[in-house]
Design a protein around this ligand. Structure first.
Ligand code: G1P
Ligand code: ZN
Length: 543
């Protein structure tokens, strides 16, 4: 077998965003595009000679071809071993676990997460480091720099590796080890949670519905919820992963998982509903007639995690992304533990988790996780919820009502303006930035600004500083609005407007969130001129 050195030229824009490099699938499929990026990863991390990598993805269109190309390039780069999920499949949390379990030097995860899949949709590649987590900015910057100076990539000229069954084989000098994508991850879950108590709950008539959205979690959910915990057959819907996710948008929120929301409504609905996304790291939690916002879910999990064996000793700290609601801050205060606010993106939690400064982390974008891996983890959140429900013997609605009565409620919503013209979106953000110093004291739609900043994060572990991470504006009465541009989109710009209102009045804990937030929504428009800058009268997606 020979190694070909292919001359190439740098491809502009190979800069990893919030979560890896995401582009249109057809862009990734252009000859040399994936190859350039993968070689840039290998070069950017200082070479992979003699190293062990983990490889797998969410099964979207091009996953199988990309895996073969990466294997041949890893072999050409002198990697010692690549551990691959059978069929080139691995959920993101399972990949993170495998990197840690097998003490690999890093891994490549093929996914565009919750973005749709298919030849005309999205693809992505993310590099994770030896702690199992997404590469931090210093590493993604090095990858980007490597891409800018790339002159050649190297690839082994060989037949495709057989990834169809577990086992080991050689590809050139490199070992390709194919593993069951589910088993190790499922074992980890069984160590963290009280499976006996959850099994008893399910045996006692408690009904659940898990919507895998035709994405990667189908086989994981079947193994855990049905096989190991005894949920009734049929509890997992849309359980077969498909390369185009059945034409759907595998994002577990009330808009894209509207089917599940419908199924969870009314007296005949199951007791518990949940969904995960394309690559299995996000989650949505529902009870009968209740939707739990991700921010509230993080707060409830923090307040109750000690009920699960894996967290029986309590939490060392919690962390949330800055735009995530401050519901978890109130819980952390009550528990007497620190609460960190980081920029958006799971990569910022890695240092805190490694240093033992946070045990639980979460983002308003349906991501929750803990120090068991270094990614957010959809099924982990589902199992922790089930563990809490089983121990407390209450419904989801009762748990939420108790939580709000004790800690107050943080009404929360995110308004997304998708695919807007990039210049207008940038003008909106820049306009706010330019006015930050003068905003405090001014009123917008009747609400006075109490604080205004362009969020910068000083990592307490490695001292790095990440600036310009979103414009955060405090408003009177415990309200807040955050404006930032998405770093995961593949078309135009997506403006995210995060809205929050803290409410402690016991008489006002059960209002409709959009109604409760109406004054904050009006203030956001008055502050930023969303319609003027984007030409949009209303958001495309409200979560
Ligand atoms: C979005 C979410 C962010 C999440 C990321 C990857 O990034 O907002 O919380 O970590 O996807 O799942 P964004 O598009 O906002 O940059
Ligand atoms: Zn995801």
């Amino acid at each position: 077998m020979t190694i070909t050195t292919q001359a190439t030229t740098p491809i502009p824009g190979q800069k990893p965003g919030t979560s890896g490099l995401r582009k249109k699938t057809r862009v990734f499929m252009q000859p040399g595009y994936l190859e350039n990026f993968v070689q840039s990863v290998f070069n950017g991390v200082g070479g992979i000679e003699g190293r062990t990598l983990v490889l797998g993805g969410d099964g979207r269109h091009f996953n199988d071809r990309a895996a073969q190309i990466i294997l041949k390039m890893a072999a050409a780069a002198g990697a010692a071993r690549v551990i691959v999920g059978q069929g080139a499949l691995l959920s993101t949390p399972a990949a993170s676990h495998l990197i840690r379990l097998r003490k690999a030097d890093g891994g490549l995860v093929l996914s565009a997460s919750h973005n749709p899949g298919g030849p005309d949709a999205d693809f992505g590649v993310k590099y994770n480091i030896a702690n199992g987590g997404p590469a931090p900015e210093a590493v993604t910057d090095a990858i980007h720099r490597a891409s800018e100076g790339l002159r050649a990539y190297r690839i082994l000229d060989a037949a495709d590796a057989d990834l169809s069954r577990p086992g080991e084989a050689r590809l050139g000098e490199m070992i390709v080890e194919v593993v069951d994508p589910v088993a190790d991850y499922a074992d980890l879950m069984e160590r963290l949670f009280d499976f006996d108590t959850i099994r008893a709950l399910l045996a006692g008539g408690f009904r659940l519905r898990f919507d895998a959205m035709h994405a990667i979690t189908g086989p994981y959910a079947r193994a855990l919820l049905e096989d190991r915990l005894g949920a009734a057959p049929g509890s997992i819907v849309n359980a077969t992963p498909l390369p185009d996710f059945g034409g759907g948008h595998p994002d577990p929120n009330p808009v894209w998982a509207a089917d599940l929301v419908g199924a969870m409504t009314g007296p005949e609905a199951p007791d518990f509903g949940a969904a995960s996304d394309g690559d299995g790291d996000r989650n949505m939690i529902l009870g009968r007639d209740v939707y739990v916002t991700p921010s509230d879910s993080l707060a409830v999990l923090a307040a109750n995690a000690h009920l699960a064996p894996g967290y029986a000793d309590g939490l060392r700290g919690v962390a949330r992304s800055m735009p995530t609601s401050r519901a978890v801050d109130v819980v952390a205060d009550a528990l007497g533990i620190p609460c960190h606010a980081t920029p958006t993106g799971w990569k910022f939690f890695g240092n805190l988790l490694d240093a033992g400064q946070a045990t639980l982390c979460g983002e308003e974008s349906a991501g929750t996780g803990s120090d068991h891996v270094r990614e957010k983890d959809g099924l982990w959140a589902v199992l922790l919820w089930l563990n809490i429900l089983a121990v407390r013997g209450q419904s989801v609605a009762e748990i939420m009502a108790d939580h709000w009565a004790r800690f107050g409620r943080h009404y929360y919503s995110r308004h997304d303006y998708e695919g807007v013209e990039a210049e207008g979106a940038a003008r909106l953000i820049d306009g706010l930035r330019a006015r930050l110093a003068t905003l405090p004291g001014q009123s917008f739609a009747g609400l006075a600004v109490t604080a205004a900043e362009d969020f910068a994060y000083h990592d307490p572990v490695d001292g790095s500083v990440s600036r310009a991470q979103g414009v955060q504006i405090g408003l009177e009465g415990g309200a807040r609005v955050v404006f930032r541009l998405s770093g995961t989109g593949t078309e135009g710009a997506t403006l995210r407007v995060y809205l929050e209102l803290a409410e402690a009045d016991p008489a006002r804990l059960h209002d409709d969130p959009q109604t409760a937030l109406a004054p904050v929504i009006a203030a956001a428009e008055a502050l930023a001129g969303i319609t003027r800058h984007t030409g949009r009268k209303a958001p495309d997606v409200i979560t």
